[in-house]
Write a protein that binds this ligand. Structure first.
Ligand code: ACO
Length: 332
């Protein structure tokens, strides 16, 4: 890690999930699939889906409130709000601005960040810059997705994989040697077509044709994304560890992006970790894109799986293609 004025660390976590649980058996009634296929090929058993009136900010705000409460910080003391999402309430204004207003974080800078499932790690890296340089004192980074609204519910290749949710962390400067020790971000735009929503932007604006052809939904080349993910999860983690001056032998806990249990197992093997050092909640929530890691972090924290001083690796891959990893010394 380059010399910093002060390290940034996580001082509070929170999450919010829709109440409605949708099992694999329910999906069997919608598309030609089976609980057995979904469980064995992905590890997913159920997911949470938001109701028709719920938008990203409706989950983001309660997640942020919980994170602020746990940190003992008032919303008006926030300097920066970053919302990582591919499912904002609207194209603009940014969901971060809607969150700012509803939190009462008057005057805080607020913007959305689009880096697919790596969005939360990218957000953490941006907030880290502002805090470690002393420009801002307190930031909240939220990962939130309502993927159920951008899924083609007739496409069994994608609709069984995703879920809705939000997770948030509050960041402040922490003691030297704690907090974020290493970061690695990357992208390969060459693979952009492997995972995309083709319409709804300036390339293919919404039209009756684009709606009829389901071009506003997730299009994915699953096997290619899978191969990329298996390679990059290990590589990105090792690069972030190297930047922190650590090796894989130093890792106490891994929180990987929750996309597919086989991808998580490959990363676990590459890092030589025992399974009990790896957090998995994919079976309950599916892939929540940028919300996966902060929700897992919040749950791991509340379940007492993280201890002060633990060296924790967070690692994600996603649309873009993008990837990111962070190494933290847990300071809560
Ligand atoms: N139920 C039953 N059969 C299915 C289903 C389903 N839900 N989905 C696909 N199949 C079929 C396919 O049609 C195929 O049948 P065929 O051989 O007759 O053509 C067969 O199962 C095998 O398909 P594969 O694609 O080879 O299966 P694979 O083992 O690769 O698993 C999966 C597919 C789960 C999608 C996997 O490739 C994967 O996890 N990829 C990564 C996905 C991912 O992580 N995406 C990130 C998105 S995040 C973001 O940024 C939004």
């Amino acid at each position: 890690m380059p010399a910093q004025l002060r390290p940034a660390g996580i001082v509070g976590t929170g999450s919010c999930l829709p109440e409605r649980v949708v099992t694999n058996a329910e999906l069997e009634r919608i598309v030609d699939t089976s609980d057995e296929w979904i469980r064995t090929r992905t590890g997913i058993r159920e997911r949470r889906l938001a109701g028709p009136d719920t938008a990203a900010s409706d989950l983001a705000v309660p997640a942020a409130v919980k994170a602020l409460d746990r940190a003992g910080i008032r919303p008006e003391d926030l300097d920066l709000i970053i919302v990582a999402t591919v499912t904002p309430d609207t194209l603009f204004p940014a969901t971060a601005c809607l969150v700012q207003e509803r939190l009462g974080a008057r005057g805080a800078a607020a913007f959305d960040l689009s880096a697919g499932c790596s969005g939360f790690i990218y957000g953490l890296a941006v907030a880290n810059q502002f805090i470690s340089t002393g420009v801002y004192r307190t930031a909240v980074v939220i990962g939130v997705e309502i993927l159920s609204k951008i899924i083609n519910w007739q496409d069994r290749n994608t609709c069984v994989l995703f879920g809705d949710g939000a997770g948030a962390v509050v960041l402040q400067a922490v003691a030297p040697g704690e907090g974020i020790l290493g970061l690695h971000l990357g992208a390969d735009g060459n693979g952009g077509n492997l995972l995309s929503i083709p319409a709804g932007g300036s390339r293919l604006p919404a039209s009756p044709d684009s709606v009829r052809e389901q071009l506003h939904t997730i299009h994915m080349n699953g096997p290619e994304v899978f191969k990329f993910a298996v390679r990059i999860m290990g590589e990105a983690s090792l690069k972030a560890l190297e930047q922190a001056g650590l090796t894989r032998a130093d890792v106490d806990f891994l929180i990987p992006h929750q996309a597919n249990i086989r991808i998580i197992e490959a990363a676990t093997k590459r890092l030589g970790l025992a399974p009990e050092k790896v957090y998995v909640n994919l079976h309950r929530y599916g892939n929540m894109s940028s919300a996966s890691i902060p929700v897992a972090l919040d749950e791991a924290c509340r379940e007492g799986r993280l201890h002060r001083g633990d060296r924790v690796v967070l690692v994600a891959f996603g649309a873009g293609l993008t990837w990111g990893a962070a190494v933290l010394r847990w300071s809560l």
